[in-house]
Design a protein around this ligand. Structure first.
Ligand SMILES: [Zn+2]
Length: 150
């Protein structure tokens, strides 16, 4: 599956009702640093993202860095959120993700965490996967937001 740019509406807000600032615990901070260092290795020029999927025992079950993909000779990119879910599903088609958390981190070349709120397409993928908690890097120094899905 490949996300074409034109499929992604320029939504600035969604699910505002269940969104709040979030203070990650120590383990999540470590995950954020891990995801950050991996994101910086992404070859995607316009945004370097890494997504980590972990279960309620804080065990990482999947990691994915966004990457280019070619479909019918056209270049597009696989978003980190979609890749991390697809990777997990390949080997665990039947496992419920309802007690899993997805963390999405974006880094820039200046070594800063930047806004990594999932796009509307990834938001739909996450929602359909059954995942209930999304944590992502936000604006500001090492700040995070969290969305709890119904
Ligand atoms: Zn996306």
């Amino acid at each position: 599956m490949c996300i074409k740019k034109e499929w992604i509406p320029n939504f600035t807000e969604y699910s505002v009702r269940n969104k709040s600032m979030y203070k990650p615990n120590k383990r999540e901070r470590n995950y954020a640093h891990l995801a950050f260092s991996m994101a910086l290795k992404s070859r995607v020029r316009h945004g370097k993202h890494c997504a980590i999927l972990y279960n309620n025992r804080n065990e990482i079950v999947s990691i994915f860095v966004n990457e280019y993909n070619f479909v019918n000779g056209k270049q597009c990119s696989i978003h980190a959120e979609q890749g991390v879910i697809d990777n997990f599903r390949k080997s665990n088609p039947m496992v419920s993700l309802s007690d899993h958390t997805i963390m999405v981190i974006r880094g820039n070349i200046y070594g800063e965490f930047t806004m990594s709120k999932p796009c509307i397409h990834c938001y739909k993928c996450i929602s359909e996967s059954g995942i209930k908690r999304i944590i992502y890097s936000s604006y500001g120094v090492f700040s995070f937001e969290r969305i709890i899905l119904d």
